[in-house]
Design a protein around this ligand. Structure first.
Ligand code: ZN
Length: 310
């Protein structure tokens, strides 16, 4: 069942009262793996000094914005501006400038695909006077990380929620225990565009945050589930990497499955780690050139196998 969220704050309150759940528990604090991937260490804002935020139309009212951190989707239309993810806090002003250049306003609705700081870093900035929507576990983890009040999702959901905005239905669908335990993909049904969050590193090994409830097995299941949601013409915004089509998801699923099988087979056969990394680099040469090297992918698969069976 879809819970329905309308565009006004009054009806959002109604949606909260009628079904969307609030934070229930606090859980473990942020792990070092998350800090490594999100780059939220202390005073490192200088590294953003030269980052430019670019934008292009994808289809319908939907645009992609690329800067540093997770790709952003923006819906700009008669109701106003909605964004999916928002990179790092030092980039908030540049993101707003790009939204304005594309004809947008200050975002009224903000969707978080998951809690990592390279996707939620500007929540506080954009969250002042706007409504943040995310899976319940995103709120739980942001609260556990002592995120400021304005950075917290006001509307949370367990399974899925539909937002009606800028003349289309936007489905936000939970992808359980994949990249983390609180991910969602966002499907703009009218424009026929999906934002995959970090369930897609287009062309590379993905990062899977096992310490935050992610698993290789769940990740593969979720890619299958996303493929069932969409259709062959859907345009695909990855969490990281270039804009793609449905084939990007299929290729990622094939890469994850084939490389994880290779790792398990060779581990079983007693092959040494250096040799397994060499085999991965031989078989999936391009995949290890991104954020996650073959060596790191090997350790992610091992960790997921130890924690979840895979
Ligand atoms: Zn992430």
């Amino acid at each position: 069942m879809y819970q329905t969220v309308y565009k006004t704050r009054q009806t959002l309150s109604t949606a909260i009262a009628s079904g969307c759940s609030r934070s229930r528990v606090l859980i473990a604090c942020l792990c070092s793996a998350f800090l490594a991937v999100s780059g939220v260490h202390g005073a490192d804002s200088d590294r953003f000094a030269t980052v430019q935020v670019t934008g292009q139309k994808v289809a319908g009212n939907v645009h992609i914005l690329i800067g540093a951190g997770g790709n952003i989707a923006a819906s700009i239309g008669p109701d106003g501006t909605l964004i999916v993810d928002n990179q790092f806090a030092p980039l908030a002003e540049r993101i707003q400038q790009r939204l304005s250049a594309l004809g947008g306003d200050k975002p009224e609705l903000i969707i978080n695909t998951h809690f990592h700081g390279d996707h939620t870093g500007s929540n506080e900035n954009f969250g002042k006077g706007a409504t943040i929507i995310a899976h319940e576990n995103v709120r739980v983890r942001l609260v556990a990380g002592e995120s400021p009040r304005d950075a917290l999702p006001a509307v949370t959901f367990d399974d899925r929620v539909r937002v009606h905005y800028n003349d289309e239905a936007i489905d936000i669908v939970h992808m359980p225990a994949g990249h983390t335990d609180g991910d969602a993909v966002v499907w703009f049904r009218g424009a026929n565009v999906i934002h995959m969050g970090d369930h897609l590193f287009n062309g590379s090994y993905p990062y899977i945050d096992v310490d935050s409830g992610g698993s290789v097995q769940g990740f593969m299941k979720n890619l299958d589930a996303a493929l069932v949601l969409i259709n062959p013409e859907t345009k695909v915004i990855p969490g990281h990497g270039p804009l793609g089509g449905v084939d990007a998801i299929v290729q990622s699923l094939n890469l994850v499955r084939a490389s994880a099988l290779l790792i398990m087979r060779e581990t079983e056969a007693g092959t040494g780690d250096a040799q397994i990394v060499a085999l991965l680099d031989e078989e999936f040469a391009a995949a290890g050139k991104g954020f996650i090297s073959a060596e790191r992918w090997l350790s992610i698969v091992r960790k997921s196998r130890a924690a979840n069976g895979l």
